[in-house]
Design a protein around this ligand. Sequence first.
Ligand code: ADP
Ligand code: MG
Length: 381
Amino acid sequence: MNKTALRTRPKTGPVQVADFAPESMIELRGVVKRFSNAAGEFTVLKGVDLTINRGEFVSIVGKSGSGKSTLLNMITGIDHPSDGLVVVNGTDIYTGVSESQRSNWRGKNLGIVFQFFQLLPMLTLLENVMLPMDYVDMYDFDERPTRAMDLLKLVGLEKFANKLPVLVSTGQQQLAAIARAMACDPPLLVADEPTGNLDSRSADTIIQLFELFVSQGKTIVMVTHDPSLTSRTNRNIIISDGELINETISRALPQLRHRHMLEFTRIAETRPLQPNEIIIQQGQPVDYFYIVSKGEVEMLVKDQVVSRLRTNEFFGEIELLQGGNSLTDVRAGNSPAELLTISRADFLRVIQESPITAEALLKIAQRKMEALKEDKLAAKP
Ligand code: ADP
Ligand code: MG
């Protein structure tokens, strides 16, 4: 990709990027971040590609030190990548942009929420919420206090508007920080462990508020440690040691350890399928573990469809785990589809290291076998 060809360059300020789909809010291409310390240079983000569309509510999880905050800092422009392209809300935020231009752009385009709130201690909650409007000079001067008050009402803090942060609870401080993040009505909210320092009830209030924003069309990207919150987002991204895990793999095999998911991410190959393309014939050896990554796949016995596998479902595990040739014909559905394939040897090596996954797969395999037996009986003339 020729990066320079993508851009129309105004004389000053951020560059508009026309190349990306209008529905995309965040585009990362080959983002690398290196830090140096006494021991030398180390790479924290190892070439991250990521697209997040407008209106998505995305959670990001990963072990401590895996690069979650660093990744968010690339999106918010708080830090800058060592290499790669970052486009947020249609703007290339690093190429030819000064620190102060980026800071102004940030104020108008995104709200940020941190784990430790970061409210200014000597300002009241109302003043804290007004601050971003003053900073980027948005809304009429007279309108700002009313707007700040409306935001505090929205988060249920109107009674505390004139209090200093120390005089309210930590949950309330975070709600005020969220009101502040929304002060300039940004299309994107980025939150780094926003509930990490809160009890579960306050955390729930905050997620409900995020759900409300998403229903109003906002995009939210939230790093979290709490698995109970990831189920409430539309999409969950896992980062492991500075690399993103293929989302089809993490959805198909959620019991795998992150490092095993990462290994599968690295070795899996993509195989596009024409409509109705034959993948395996009954009685033939099975050499791969297959996950459906797009479209639908049909399993057939005697030309009868006995089951359909949708995106993130898999096949081949029965034959690989229990031995024997394919129990069914397998072919693509009526529209184009795509598979991720992992070779027999790679699959078995990783599964051997992950007893929980092996057990889960065997259970799924048993269920499929039983269903298949019934279907075979039913299919007999
Ligand atoms: P996470 O948020 O997933 O816990 P971080 O993104 O904060 O992880 O950090 C990832 C790695 O990068 C860690 O090893 C951390 O020590 C290192 N790191 C983060 N920021 C800096 C920095 N400014 N300078 C040097 N190393 C850093
Ligand atoms: Mg962090």
